[in-house]
Design a binder for this molecule. Structure first.
Ligand code: SF4
Length: 322
């Protein structure tokens, strides 16, 4: 029986747009607009969507790096949105983040030893000697060597820097890692190595992942379940392979049709998405995808589709009845 680790309900993040001489509120960007999902212990949930769909904002909301406008985030029976600063500090030991650009997230003036030791110092873990020992062990875990501890970020390749980013996230022995586009900035050959590393350490450290990416191909082999976001909304979520074999939402179908298949004999038709991504500050009425959907009906223009469970998928589209 899967054990629940994280439950998100009705999560919203609206950013105000202020303007004019008085800086009054002139509108808002609905970066995350009423999304709900859960994550079980030990699983990997992939979250996919175009840039600006709200997936990275969702990751930051879960760690409370930014405050939610509404909704609930329960991690191990504790409500994150209502925690005091000291409670939040404790829970951040259990939830860590890996960022897209490891170079930007590693202080260039600090040695790798200082970078990896920092989370332990912040959380008051171990003596100096124990911390230094753990740094060396962790470097080995991520495929680097203990002698790398004295070097600086600029002395490493992109792939090695991401390994350091992963090592830093692992230092506090977290339960959940939110990986925000962790391989997007890397060459394709290096991407596979980093993904394999993440898979290996998942078992070793009993980790749960939320893996955020813009590419459905990248999350396929690492995710147990995959959710697709569009303009701040979660429009489909299902078991990973089921989503790839039998997508329901027209947007998911279009995204998947653009993922290349490494077999020249397999022909597939690319479904073109019409038009540009609408502005999140002025999203279309009804179904947010209706301005680009080839299957749009009258109801789609006026009524936001409810999330329904269809063939084991959670899907928000008027084409489907529960
Ligand atoms: Fe297309 Fe309508 Fe479904 Fe939206 S609700 S994806 S517009 S069919």
């Amino acid at each position: 029986m899967p054990e629940l680790l994280l439950e998100v309900k009705g999560l919203k993040k609206y950013f105000s747009i202020n303007g004019g001489i008085l800086g009054r509120k002139q509108g808002e960007v609905k970066a995350v607009d009423d999304i709900s999902f859960s994550v079980n212990k030990g699983e990997t949930l992939g979250i996919v969507g175009e840039s600006g769909c709200g997936k990275s904002t969702t990751g930051r909301l879960l760690m409370r790096l930014i405050e939610a406008s509404d909704g609930s985030i329960v991690f191990e029976d504790k409500e994150i949105t209502k925690m005091s600063k000291s409670e939040l500090r404790k829970v951040r030991r259990d939830i860590q983040m890996v960022f897209q650009d490891p170079y930007a997230s590693l202080n260039p003036r600090h040695s790798i030893e200082q970078i990896l030791e920092e989370p332990l110092i912040v959380h008051g873990i171990g003596t100096k000697e124990e911390r230094r020992k753990q740094v060396k062990e962790m470097l080995e875990v991520v495929g680097l060597s203990s002698y790398h501890a004295k070097r600086y970020p600029h002395q490493f390749s992109g792939g090695q820097r991401q390994r350091i980013g992963i090592a830093r996230a692992l230092m506090t022995k977290p339960k959940l890692i939110i990986a925000d586009e962790p391989v997007s900035a890397l060459d394709v050959s290096i991407q596979a190595q980093v993904l394999n590393l993440m898979k290996d350490i998942q078992t070793e450290f009993q980790l749960t992942y939320i893996f955020i990416a813009h590419d459905l191909g990248v999350v396929r082999h690492i995710s147990d379940r995959v959710g697709v976001m569009y303009l701040g909304r979660l429009i489909e979520l299902s078991e990973g392979e089921e989503l790839y074999d039998n997508p329901l939402h027209p947007y998911t179908k279009a995204l998947l049709s653009a993922v290349p298949i490494p077999d020249p004999d397999v022909k597939k038709e690319t479904i073109l998405i019409q038009g540009d991504l609408p502005s999140p500050s002025n999203p279309p009425s009804g179904c947010a995808f209706h301005t680009r959907c080839s299957e749009c009906m009258d109801i789609c223009k006026t009524t936001r589709p409810k999330e329904r469970v269809v063939n084991g998928h959670y899907v928000a589209c008027h084409l489907y009845k529960e």
